[in-house]
Design a protein around this ligand. Structure first.
Ligand SMILES: *Cc1c(COP(=O)(O)O)cnc(C)c1O
Length: 384
């Protein structure tokens, strides 16, 4: 059953109302940011995830960089522990302000940080553990929170892919001291580029505003609390323009609609493989106590060769499945940091056996069912 229509790995979601709200920014005649739509987006995100404080940023990378600046104490050598199986920004945000990057192993069943390996790598310089909620699934945030509590270690959640997902009825991004969301066009909801920093630990509220305002006390001056505008902190340019926020606004409002469609397509894959009994074929099971945002579906094959065979065969049929992250510890930068491939054997091996399947709004459930049937056929053929 060849497939002629090209099925892309991802296509940006469009709610339909983006242009209307962007036009309204022209009416309001304030563009640079921190205005009406920024406030509205922050309110929606806060209500959705039940957070105390949310700052809209121009990317998740910026939210992570703000987190790194908030945690940096320039008088000390500091370490952060994070997975190597993640996007560059998770590590780079902390590396660029001088944290030593300690990569820990993943649990191959979840592709997320292994708490036992993290525990082994704790030192008296460990400032934070950064968990990554891969594919919108929870990384067991509460277990990591318990580990951090009592050791004065901060927990940071890279929830770039996890907006709207829950673990034990708590929204991902709200369990650690700080949480970071992405609204990049490859994520469920987006503004082209955008993101958010969730501040759960109140001690960071004021300094986060300084960092967001390019290191100044501008907010206090605007509120009349300070009469002079001055440089109080090393900050940056981290917030989006009103044009981005106006684009994001209707996207955030269409959360439920977006989710229902993603769930259908996700279930096309999930149910097809749940009904199979292949040995050495893994995918993440949906736990009863979690609620996911259906960001991604992936398969882990028995070998790198089998994974490549399926990927290239799908490509021959105009279906673009995508490999997972290339581990950071064995990348050019990772090697420079002193790591070698062998340091994280599970990360290295499982990342090369993983294939992410297309999932976006220009698909229907029949597409994911068709792709699943094609993969099942390919596997039977390959394993003969
Ligand atoms: C997408 C992603 C990022 C980066 O998000 P941007 O908004 O593009 O900066 C960071 N971490 C993870 C895990 C991601 O998936």
């Amino acid at each position: 059953m060849p497939n002629n229509r090209v099925i892309n790995f991802n296509e940006p979601y469009i709610s339909g109302d983006e242009e209307k709200y962007i036009k309204d920014v022209f009416e309001r005649n304030s563009f640079y940011g921190n205005g009406y739509y920024t406030q509205e987006c922050q309110k929606i995100i806060k209500d959705r995830v039940g957070a105390k404080n949310v700052l809209l940023t121009d990317s998740c990378t910026s939210a992570l960089e703000m987190a790194a600046l908030l945690l940096r104490d320039w008088d000390y050598e500091q370490e952060v522990i994070l997975p190597s199986y993640t996007f560059t920004s998770t590590a780079a945000a902390f590396a660029k302000v001088g944290f030593k990057i300690i990569f820990a192993e993943i649990n191959p069943h979840t592709m997320m940080l292994d708490i036992d390996d993290v525990t082994k790598k704790l030192t008296n310089r460990t400032t934070a553990i950064i968990i990554v909620h891969y594919g919108g699934f929870g990384a067991s945030a509460e277990l990591f929170k318990e580990l951090c509590d009592g050791k004065s270690i901060y927990l940071i959640e890279d929830a770039a892919q996890a907006y709207g997902s829950k673990e034990n009825d708590r929204h991902l991004g709200t369990i650690g001291d700080l949480g970071c969301f992405s609204f990049h066009e490859t994520k469920n909801l987006h503004a082209g580029l955008s993101g958010a920093l969730v501040i759960n630990n109140e001690k960071f509220n004021q300094r986060a505003m300084h960092i967001l305002e390019r290191g100044t006390n501008r907010q206090e001056v605007l509120k009349g609390l300070e009469d002079k505008y001055s440089w109080v902190e090393i900050g940056g340019s981290f917030y989006p323009t009103e044009l981005q926020a106006a684009f994001l606004f209707p996207q955030l409002k269409s959360f439920e609609k977006n989710l229902i469609k993603r769930e259908e397509i996700f279930l096309g894959y999930y149910e097809a493989f749940l009904n199979q009994n292949f040995k050495n074929l893994h995918f993440h099971k949906v736990k009863a106590d979690s609620k996911i945002n259906y960001h991604a579906f992936w398969l882990i094959f028995a070998s790198i060769e089998e994974c490549n065979f399926v990927r290239t065969s799908l490509l021959d049929n105009n279906i673009n499945a995508y490999i997972g992250y290339v581990p950071l510890h064995s990348s050019k930068v990772g090697i420079k940091m002193g790591y070698s491939k062998e340091d994280l054997k599970l990360t290295q091996e499982y990342s090369e056996r993983l294939l992410r399947l297309p999932l976006h709004h220009n698909m229907i459930k029949e597409d994911s069912l068709m792709i699943s049937q094609m993969i099942i056929k390919l596997l039977i053929e390959y394993r003969l």
